[in-house]
Design a protein around this ligand. Structure first.
Ligand SMILES: [Mn+2]
Length: 328
C-alpha cells in the first residue's frame, strides 16, 4: 500500500448554505465555501486526508446548483472521507433527495458507516471509522486479520484507530444538551465528535480519548460563537503515536461578519419606540429576518390581539422560513 498520507485533517460542520444565517452580514455562501476550499488545499499541501465530521450542508436539500458544482470540482482530485450530520439529511438517514448523496454517488466523499478507511500513514497502519448522526457508536472495535498482518511483516506497532461521530455527547460545556456519555471503547484510540460547534475540552476514558474540536464556520451570534476561533484539527501520525494541532482557518473579525445587536429603544412600551425599533431592525436587515421575530415577541403585547396577530402573520410572510434555524 502506498504510504500516501502523513495524517488527517479533520473538518468540523461547515454548514454550507446559499442563504445567510441569522445575524451574519457577509456573503456567507461564498465565505464558507472558500473556507472549505482552504482546508482542502491545506490538507493537500501537508499530505493529510480530509475527514469530514458531518453537516457539510446546513439544509439537506435545495442547495444552489453552482455550489454543488463547485464542490464536485473541489473534491475531484481529493480523497475525502466522512459521515453525515443531522443537517445533511431530511429524514433520519441520508436519502437520494439530499444534496450530500450527490457527492457520495459521484465518489467525491466516501461515507465511513460500516466501511472504515484503512491505510498506512507515515509507516503505520491507520483505521478511521465513523458513525453518522443517529448511528450507534460501537462499544468496541476488533482488528481484522489483515489489519495486524503488517505487524508480522516488521511493523511491530499496532494500528491506530480513530472514530468520528456527530452526536450529542455529555462533555464539559454541553452537559445539558448532551445525551451520550463518553466511555472507553476497547480498540479505539481517539473519538472526534462534530455536531457541537465550539471547541470543548478533551475527555479521557481509559485508553480512549474523546475530542470536540468545533466547527469551521460561525453561525450564531451567541457568546460561545464569539469566542470560538474557526479551526481545523490536524493529526500527524508519529513514531510514538499521533500529535494534534488546531490550525486556524483564515477568517474575518467577529464584528465584521455579524450585525451588531439591537439593544436600546426596545424596552419602552410606547408605539413610537416600536416604530423606532423597527427602523433599527431595517438598518441592520438580516437575510432570514433574524431579530425581527424576537423584537415582535417582546413588543407586540401593547397592541390589540387582532392587530398583533396581523403583524405577526405579515412578518412570517416576508421572512418565509428563514428564521427557524437551529444551530447544531
Ligand atoms: Mn452542525
Amino acid at each position: 500500500m502506498v504510504d500516501e498520507y502523513a495524517g488527517l485533517l479533520v473538518i468540523g460542520d461547515p454548514h454550507l448554505s446559499g442563504r445567510t444565517p441569522n445575524f451574519r452580514s457577509d456573503d456567507y455562501a461564498r465565505v464558507i465555501l472558500d473556507k472549505f476550499a482552504w482546508a482542502l488545499r491545506y490538507a493537500d499541501a501537508h499530505r493529510l486526508l480530509p475527514t469530514m465530521l458531518g453537516d457539510l450542508f446546513d439544509r439537506p436539500r435545495d442547495n444552489p446548483t453552482w455550489m454543488l458544482g463547485s464542490l464536485i470540482d473541489l473534491l475531484a482530485d481529493t480523497n475525502c472521507i466522512g459521515i453525515y450530520g443531522n443537517h445533511d439529511c431530511a429524514n433520519p438517514e441520508l436519502g437520494d433527495d439530499d444534496s450530500l448523496s450527490l457527492l457520495v454517488k459521484s465518489g467525491r466523499i466516501r461515507m465511513l458507516d460500516g466501511a472504515p478507511w484503512r491505510g498506512v500513514m507515515n509507516g503505520r497502519t491507520v483505521i478511521v471509522g465513523g458513525s453518522s448522526y443517529r448511528k450507534q457508536i460501537p462499544n468496541q472495535f476488533a482488528l481484522s486479520e489483515s489489519d495486524t498482518h503488517g505487524a508480522s511483516l516488521g511493523n511491530a506497532r499496532s494500528p491506530l484507530v480513530f472514530w468520528i461521530s456527530h452526536h450529542d455527547l455529555i462533555v464539559p460545556g454541553y452537559e445539558e444538551e448532551g445525551r451520550i456519555h463518553p466511555v472507553e471503547i476497547p480498540g479505539v484510540n481517539l473519538v472526534i465528535n462534530g455536531h457541537i460547534h465550539r471547541r470543548l475540552d478533551d475527555v479521557e476514558r481509559g485508553a480512549t480519548l474523546w475530542m470536540t474540536p468545533g466547527n469551521i464556520s460561525r453561525r450564531s451570534r451567541s457568546d460561545a460563537t464569539m469566542h470560538h476561533t474557526p479551526s481545523v484539527l490536524r493529526i500527524d501520525i508519529t513514531e510514538q503515536g499521533y500529535e494534534r494541532a488546531f490550525i486556524e482557518v483564515p477568517h474575518e473579525l467577529f464584528e465584521d461578519v455579524f450585525h451588531p445587536a439591537v439593544v436600546d429603544a426596545v424596552e419602552s412600551e410606547s408605539k413610537s419606540s416600536f416604530v423606532a425599533g423597527l427602523a433599527q431592525l431595517q438598518a441592520r436587515r438580516t437575510e432570514g429576518g433574524a431579530g425581527l421575530m424576537e423584537f415582535l415577541a417582546m413588543n407586540l403585547d401593547q397592541f390589540e390581539a387582532s392587530i398583533a396577530d396581523m403583524i405577526r402573520k405579515l412578518a412570517q410572510e416576508v421572512t418565509r422560513d428563514g428564521i427557524a434555524d437551529t444551530n447544531n
